[in-house]
Design a protein around this ligand. Structure first.
Ligand SMILES: Nc1ncnc2c1ncn2[C@@H]1O[C@H](COP(=O)(O)OP(=O)(O)OP(=O)(O)O)[C@@H](O)[C@H]1O
Length: 262
């Protein structure tokens, strides 16, 4: 039977009366890659931050690795690997020293640290650069070093918030090869992205707009449902549908106001 690693129901976050995430329900199975898509400001990071245990939901419920997002955020934070767009590396430390620093945070030392560092440096393609300052690495290398830091404690779940923003296409491809290998080895991955080529390779995707999850399924399911040629057409179609609904609602409101004044 498939194991569900992330399950949330009607997850909602309101900031000063503004609904950033509105009744989002998601299920993500172990060993799969779930791509989270949506325009800027649509609520991807806020949803991710609630699932990471970094932000308390206003309402709804959710379980991550069997822990409650409302009451067990510390347990969640310890068990996941998280990397945001503004990943935090120490630029004046070397590749190896950055890994040593994060190993200290996770309580990894001795032979285990040596083993993990060797594995991760190799996975990131950073062999030979161990003594190079992180600040002198190019964007793609920095990104893979940040990923290595997030994986030091061997998390079962990896959450990536726009990890490839601003990274060149070759580095993006190398990064995604690593992500797919991790999923093949059983890791579950939730990743937000603006890139359709990346979304196309996910096992499932969810599209969020103005805080509402408009559609989710496999890339092929969504293309068929929308009778579209590709994912880009799917998302443009969804946005146009929603904008038409919003416009119709505004027209109804304006008509009611005119009636009220007459
Ligand atoms: N701490 C906060 N306080 C108030 N409003 C916030 C806060 N964090 C996010 N928001 C608002 O919530 C909405 C959703 O933002 P969020 O960052 O989740 O979107 P996003 O889809 O991740 O966008 P992007 O692709 O640009 O990163 C936005 O209107 C944003 O301004």
């Amino acid at each position: 039977m498939s194991e569900v690693v992330i399950r949330c129901e009607n997850l909602t976050k309101v900031f000063q009366e503004r609904i950033a995430v509105n009744n989002v329900s998601i299920e993500i199975e172990k060993g799969t890659i779930y791509g989270f898509l949506g325009p800027n400001g649509s609520g991807k990071s806020t949803t991710i931050r609630m699932l990471c245990g970094l932000l308390v939901p206003t309402s709804g419920k959710g379980e991550v690795l069997g822990f409650d997002v409302m009451t067990e955020s510390e347990e969640i934070k310890q068990r996941i690997g998280y990397m945001s767009q503004k990943f935090s590396l120490y630029e004046d430390l070397t590749v190896e020293e950055n890994l040593d620093f994060y190993a200290g945070v996770y309580g990894i030392s001795g032979a285990e640290l040596v083993r993990r560092k060797t594995e991760l440096i190799e996975m990131a393609g950073l062999t030979g650069r161990e003594k190079q300052l992180a600040g002198s690495l190019s964007g793609g290398w920095k990104q893979r070093l940040a990923l290595s830091c997030a994986l030091l404690h061997q998390p079962e779940l990896l959450i990536l918030d726009e990890p490839t923003a601003g990274v060149d296409p070759v580095s993006r491809r190398i990064f995604w090869d690593v992500i797919h290998k991790l999923a093949q080895a059983g890791m579950t991955i939730l990743v937000s992205t603006h890139y359709m080529d990346e979304a196309q390779t996910c096992d499932a995707i969810g599209f969020i707009f103005f805080g509402t999850l408009l559609a989710q399924g496999t890339p092929q399911q969504l293309i068929e449902q929308m009778d579209a040629h590709n994912l880009e057409d799917v998302f443009i179609g969804l946005v146009e549908q929603e904008e038409a609904k919003l416009k119709a609602a505004r027209n109804v409101d304006a008509a009611k106001e005119r009636e009220g004044r007459a």
